[in-house]
Design a protein around this ligand. Structure first.
Ligand code: GBH
Length: 479
């Protein structure tokens, strides 16, 4: 029982699939640099080639068609379009590539959802300070306007930035994503701040310059786990859970959807910790000034990337170091009954997605929601008959159905991560999220559907409605 015109999608991102890292005038990105350093990525792998989608796009399109998707979410490589990051120099062959992808999708009745930034900053901009520098917001805005101008006649769903949380925390706090910095307790907040400013500028540009003509919608993709108290009767565990949600979902959703500023819980936790450690000076969590673009209201829908759940209790406040983990001060527990799949962080509590959707409805003023990523991986020997992942998709989509029918959440679409196996960041090719298997040892990088891909196609064909169903029916009647 899914709403009419529900979007049934799958997602990928440029660096994870395209390869062609130096092809046809593309500039390097921070992920090219990061992967070419020793010891950064599993087995020192890189995505110089990846799924070679820059050359093999038509193979990807076959996969999209085989699943019967109504939507395909992809990201643009900033450095492929603008090799030095600025609009001073446009790489026409990059433009041609994405034009072909978008046009081919539309020719098959598949709507593109396009992400402008999925972790791959042009290296030249990193060299000028990257996301730590306030000037990045204007550079991003220029890039965004260029993309709206070039592709917006055909693209109606835009994501500015994918997972600012991951960029900030894994890139600048933990150092396990590019650019690999470990400036604990400081830089992640600055980066998150500049990402919000950049996102808001781009949204305002779309709103003022393109919306009337192009009639699309713009948001940012926010990732969050579902959190619940370890002991639901314990006040400290409940407070820790609120803190966990504020530091993940709230960090970006609260400013955009509720107040234009960070959650109070987050600021007071950070400031209290600064005081405890004798850290003087301005709040480590930056403040928005009157010169900043208004942040509140800069999303036309809620884009959620959801993967996993945690139980939470207080951390005990005993770490005497400057770090986000000290600010959050909590301990996360995985319920042993939640199925795991080989990566330490991904345990599936199928109820988590439904709960998070309900929480979003109640906390962020009942927005239209697209689940822009959700998935389950396999690690180790490949199983084309991936029964566990079939179960995962069935039970998860059932939870989405319940969120819509029973909780009244306005969910507009679901995007599986990912269309095909690809470069899983620091885990390289060792972790497979695809609905299609990619044989990375085969020169042709052959794509083969998994059983979970077939299962997802079945679910889609059972539920899809609207123009897609009509067109299918029309085709049937003609043949
Ligand atoms: C998404 O992030 C990304 O958008 C996508 O590109 C990626 O391929 C997909 O997930 C699958 O991972 O290593 O223990 O520090 C999802 C959110 C948050 C999940 C950070 C992994 C790392 C935990 N991610 N988390 S750990």
């Amino acid at each position: 029982m899914f709403p009419r015109d529900f979007a049934w999608g799958a997602a990928t991102s440029a660096y994870q699939i395209e390869g062609g890292w130096q092809a046809d005038g593309k500039g390097p990105s921070i992920w090219d640099t990061f992967c070419h350093e020793k010891g950064r990525v599993y087995a020192d792998q890189n995505a110089d080639m990846a799924c070679d989608s820059y050359k093999l796009w038509e193979k990807d399109l076959e996969c999209v068609k085989q699943l019967g998707l109504t939507h395909y979410r992809l990201s643009l490589s900033w450095a492929r379009l603008l090799p030095d990051g600025t609009t001073q120099h446009v790489n026409d062959r990059g433009v041609q590539y994405y034009n072909k992808v978008i046009n081919d999708l539309l020719a098959c009745d598949v709507s593109p959802m396009v992400t402008l930034y999925h972790f791959d900053l042009p290296q030249t901009l990193q060299d000028q300070g990257g996301w730590k520098s306030p000037g990045i917001a204007t550079l991003f805005d220029n890039y965004a306007k260029f993309c709206f101008q070039t592709f917006g006649d055909r693209v109606k769903l835009w994501i500015t930035i994918n997972e600012p949380y991951v960029c900030a925390k894994l890139g600048y706090e933990d150092g396990i994503h590019a650019p690999g910095l470990k400036e604990k307790g400081i830089s992640a907040y600055v980066v998150g701040h500049n990402m919000l400013r950049a996102h808001a500028m781009a949204w305002h540009s779309y709103n003022c310059l393109y919306r009337a003509k192009q009639k699309g919608a713009v948001s940012l993709a926010i990732n969050s786990d579902w959190f619940e108290p370890l002991n639901p009767g314990c006040r400290e565990d409940i407070a820790a859970t609120e803190r966990a949600l504020a530091f993940a979902l709230g960090w970006f959703a609260w400013p955009v959807f509720v107040t234009g500023d960070y959650p109070g819980i987050m600021r007071s936790a950070i400031d209290a910790e600064s005081k405890k450690l004798g850290y003087n000076g301005a709040s480590r969590l930056p403040c928005f000034s009157k010169d900043d673009p208004a942040i509140l209201g800069t999303a036309d829908f809620f884009a959620l990337n959801y993967y996993t759940s945690r139980k939470v209790k207080p951390g005990g406040g005993c770490k005497q170091v400057l770090a986000m983990s000290s600010d959050r001060d909590l301990e996360e527990v995985i319920d042993p009954s939640w199925p795991i799949c080989g990566v330490s962080w991904l345990a599936v509590g199928p109820h988590g997605l439904r709960n998070l959707l309900k929480y979003i409805k109640d906390t962020f003023r009942n927005p239209a929601v697209y689940i822009t990523e959700n998935g389950f991986c396999q690690v180790g020997p490949v199983h084309i008959e991936d029964v566990q992942r079939c179960e995962f998709y069935k039970s998860t989509i059932l939870e989405v159905d319940r969120a819509i029918q029973e909780d009244g959440v306005d969910v507009r679409g679901y995007f599986a991560w990912s269309l095909m196996d690809n470069f899983e960041w620091a885990d390289g090719f060792s972790v497979r999220f695809g609905l299609f298997h990619v044989d990375f040892s085969d020169a042709a990088l052959r794509r083969t559907v998994y059983r979970s891909g077939k299962e997802y196609a079945k679910i889609i064909s059972k539920h899809k409605t609207g123009k897609w169903k009509c067109q299918q029916l029309a085709k049937k009647q003609h043949s």
